[in-house]
Design a protein around this ligand. Structure first.
Ligand SMILES: Nc1ncnc2c1ncn2[C@@H]1O[C@H](COP(=O)(O)OP(=O)(O)OP(=O)(O)O)[C@@H](O)[C@H]1O
Ligand SMILES: [Mg+2]
Length: 244
């Protein structure tokens, strides 16, 4: 059974069909890349999966259970963690506090399973090389550091399935490598990741499979190599070569 299964998912807002007949499965332990031109519906699909938008039709199952009528927090409790396209970091709070609020929002059992929260906070900061900055305000971080903090926080607080929306946006090349390492580490821990990125070489380097959206529909699906070589991909990007 796939961890996440989308069947004929659609979303209509004000008679505007934003997502149409989206169907694909995500197996446990896989890293799936979601790509497509600006406005193709990638972030909207994440909103529908995480429950911030209610789908107009179709089904979403997580571990075999239908979740499309559940609230975002109920879905989060079932194991969906998310990194937003725009930073979900509280700039006036310290780094430690930013991590703690996410941990404290977890269901009690999951929080208990993590052990000593102070150690988890320290481990999270260490994961992204910010051990010395725990008492600093998050607003003092660079864009790239903030992004890493958000990713690390989501990874610690999340459970089974991670939705990462452009985690490398605004991140330096060196830090992009760090993000890739963190995602690979997740995979080696058996976690499942759905990741939106415009950077195709980055996607190809970490993903098992790639799903391509265009105007709200899945138009291509395959291994990174298959997708990269397909003629359709170039057409979708209006003749532009997305690998350059
Ligand atoms: N709440 C909303 N109400 C109306 N239209 C919306 C809403 N949310 C998204 N859209 C529209 O849905 C389409 C898909 O947007 P979305 O943000 O999902 O694209 P995207 O693939 O994430 O693009 P990008 O790569 O630029 O982040 C766009 O045309 C957008 O204007
Ligand atoms: Mg988007």
């Amino acid at each position: 059974m796939p961890l996440l299964s989308l069947k004929d998912l659609s979303l209509t807002i004000d008679e505007h069909q934003i997502l149409q007949g989206i169907s694909f499965d995500v197996e446990e332990g896989q890293i799936i890349g979601l790509i497509g031109p600006n406005g193709s519906g990638k972030t909207t699909l994440f909103n529908v999966i995480s429950g911030f938008l209610k789908s107009s039709g179709g089904s979403i199952t997580l571990g075999g259970e239908e979740i499309s009528n559940l609230s975002p927090s109920q879905r989060a409790k079932r194991g969906i963690g998310r990194v937003f396209q725009n930073f979900g970091i509280f700039r006036d709070m310290t780094l430690e506090e930013n991590i703690l609020v996410a941990l404290e929002a977890l269901p009690r059992q999951q929080r208990k399973d993590l052990g000593d929260l102070k150690e988890v906070v320290a481990g999270t900061l260490d994961m992204v090389g910010l051990s010395d900055a725990g008492k600093k305000k998050a607003g003092s971080l660079s864009g790239g550091q903030m992004r890493l903090l958000e990713i690390a926080r989501t990874l610690k607080a999340g459970k089974d399935l991670f939705l990462l929306d452009e985690p490398t946006a605004g991140v330096s090349p060196k830090m992009t490598g760090q993000v890739a390492d963190i995602i690979k580490e997740l995979k080696s821990n058996g976690k499942t990741v759905l990741i939106i990125e415009h950077d195709l070489p980055f996607i190809a380097s970490i993903c098992d499979e790639v799903v391509v959206l265009d105007v709200g529909k899945v138009v291509l699906q395959g291994t990174p190599a298959e997708v990269k070589e397909s003629k359709e991909l170039k057409e979708i990007y209006f003749g532009a070569d997305p690998t350059t």
